[in-house]
Design a protein around this ligand. Structure first.
Ligand SMILES: Cc1cc2nc3c(=O)[nH]c(=O)nc-3n(C[C@H](O)[C@H](O)[C@H](O)COP(=O)(O)O)c2cc1C
Length: 144
């Protein structure tokens, strides 16, 4: 099984989540490619069985432009997209918390709940990331 982790991160929180996702996937024997959206060369989506897309949320619940460009670059809606992100409840409370995760999740009709992490995942939220990855992989194994 081959997975792509594609993410955008300015101050490093979403990158940290991506790193935990990567480690967990590799521990479970999944081949992983990383893609820093807006930085790395364009991807070949047809090469991947699973996609993990990570985003932060911006200015009153907005999705970063880099994510919008990536969606257009991929150009279709692959089946197996899991969405994760980081945010901060200080910017508009629960209503706007990780709103970009909700938007992407809806757009891709993702099979899994979107993972929302408050700021850095290091510490108590690390387990939350790992459990979420396990949930995605359970589905993958049941269809193997
Ligand atoms: C100007 C600004 C606006 C923000 N707006 C929101 C928001 O509407 N909702 C939210 O959950 N987080 C919001 N945040 C918090 C970031 O999404 C959060 O810090 C995130 O972890 C940053 O990710 P990164 O470290 O990967 O760049 C905002 C942060 C800044 C600086």
């Amino acid at each position: 099984m081959k997975a792509l982790i594609a993410y955008v991160s300015y101050s490093g929180n979403t990158k940290e989540v991506a790193e935990i996702v990567e480690k967990k996937l590799k521990d479970e024997g999944v081949t992983v490619d990383n893609h820093r959206i807006g930085i790395d060369a364009p991807i070949h989506p047809e090469c991947y069985d699973y996609f993990f897309i990570g985003t932060f949320t911006w200015e009153m619940g907005k999705t970063p432009d880099e994510i919008k460009d990536f969606v257009l670059e991929v150009g279709y809606k692959p089946d197996n997209i899991a969405v994760f992100g980081t945010g901060d409840t200080q910017f508009g409370g629960d209503e706007l918390f990780c709103k970009a995760v909700d938007k992407l999740w809806k757009f891709y009709e993702s099979k899994w709940s979107g993972l929302k992490i408050e700021q850095s995942p290091r510490g108590s939220q690390e387990q939350k990331v790992e459990s979420w990855v396990e949930g995605v992989l359970q589905h993958a194994k049941s269809f193997a």
